[in-house]
Design a protein. Structure first.
Length: 407
């Protein structure tokens, strides 16, 4: 890679980190608003949880289209449109107390906005502008950027919410999203060499190829668990800690710790994915996640236990994303990476919908989160069993020169 290409790749990585930091940082703060929206706007906990779950579902269904648009048009217009939609959704929730505003704003508009400003667009763009052997690491760095945003924006959202109320807090996040709108320009366009060695197949052919590929199906099924676990914990951990008698700021502290440790975890997973079989790293990641979640649920709830749980989960929080996206690129190349990762990510978001909504639904029915904590832990063990058998050899229709060297 020449100097100009290296500078372009560096700029793209930095821009990807910044976009992910703002978009994911704002999203990870949503769990802090459960009580504020319930008390200030009169919404039920179940309705708010459903709205958050709905944005995960809208994100999932919009992701293949956002990824395909970025594949065809480049990331700049997609990121710009997504940031504006994201900001409008947050503003709508902040300025109206109706059920329609909550569902359309937090559900549909935020979901569409996140699909254009996070993994499916940013990761796919980086996958095309960096060298194959650096792909996993670059994606890990961008994922770490999302964690930095979690560490920065969760305390910001909590502080503004406590000082000025939920409306001011949501409008602050909306303003930050608008600042991210032009950053997609720096993600760049894929150099011709990135896809020249790959077959010039249509998107329909690429989808058909992926759907019949056993490893893609296993990867997609396993990704459901990641969405379920992260959405349940991110949405309901603050309320669960309050039920356990912990101080009101414990939830924000735990989410911030998760974000801080995930900066290291995402980088480490990206680094490991460039040196070890990515499917094996994913299998161990899900196995360890399931064990940590189960131990936390069974353990007494106090400050040291919460910190240890948040730190351990942080190390494994978003590490699945660079590994999964790099594995999709390895299997099928980068020509249609945004769309194919988007299809895989749809499963993740179906899991996110289930994780967010089931937490509120089960609590409304039983007055406890216990059943969902157990299900969240068991799902990790199932996902591990799905990932270990994955065959990571590139598809026969993808040129070997377009894939990273075999680990």
């Amino acid at each position: 890679m020449n100097t100009t290409a290296r500078m372009g790749a560096t700029s793209a990585i930095l821009a990807g980190c910044a976009i992910m930091s703002i978009a994911m940082g704002a999203r990870q703060s949503f769990g802090l608003y459960l009580e504020s929206l319930a008390q200030g706007f009169g919404h039920s906990l179940g309705l708010i949880a459903f709205a958050i779950a709905l944005h995960n579902l809208a994100w999932g269904f919009a992701q293949p289209f956002a990824g395909a648009a970025a594949d065809r048009l480049g990331p700049a217009p997609v990121v710009a449109v997504g940031a504006v939609l994201y900001a409008l959704g947050l503003a709508l929730v902040a300025l109206s107390d109706t059920t329609t505003a909550l569902l359309v704003g937090m559900g549909v508009l935020v979901g569409m906005g996140v699909s254009c400003t996070t993994f499916g667009v940013v990761m796919a763009s980086l996958g095309r502008v960096v060298a194959p052997e650096q792909r996993s690491m670059a994606m890990g760095l961008a994922s770490a950027g999302g964690s930095l945003g979690q560490a920065l924006f969760v305390p910001l959202a909590q502080g503004v919410n406590n000082h000025s109320g939920v409306t001011a807090s949501l409008l602050t996040l909306a303003t930050c999203l608008l600042l991210a709108a032009p950053l997609g320009i720096l993600l760049g366009r894929a150099p011709a060499a990135a896809v020249a060695a790959e077959p010039d197949m249509t998107w329909r052919s690429a989808v058909r190829q992926a759907m019949v590929h056993r490893s893609f199906r296993l990867l997609t099924l396993g990704f459901f668990t990641c969405g379920f676990q992260l959405a349940f914990i991110g949405t309901h951990l603050p309320a669960y800690l309050t039920l356990c008698g912990m101080p009101s700021g414990s939830g924000a502290m735990a989410l911030a710790v998760i974000g801080l440790f995930n900066m290291l975890g995402s980088w480490a997973c990206g680094w490991l994915g460039g040196r070890l079989p990515q499917q094996q790293v994913l299998g161990w990641l899900y196995l360890l996640r399931g064990g940590v979640i189960l131990l936390f649920f069974l353990a007494p709830k106090n400050g040291p236990v919460l910190f240890a749980f948040a730190a351990a989960m942080g190390l494994m929080w978003l590490g699945t994303v660079p590994l999964t996206s790099a594995l999709v690129a390895r299997l099928f190349g980068v020509r249609h990476l945004g769309m194919l990762f988007g299809l895989c990510f749809l499963s993740h978001q179906l899991g996110s919908f289930a994780g967010s909504w089931s937490g509120g639904l089960v609590f409304d029915l039983t007055g406890s989160y216990g059943l969902v904590w157990i299900a969240t832990a068991l799902a990790g063990f199932v996902a591990a069993a799905l990932h270990f058998p994955i065959d990571a050899r590139p598809s026969q229709t993808v040129s070997v020169t377009a894939a990273a060297p075999a680990p």
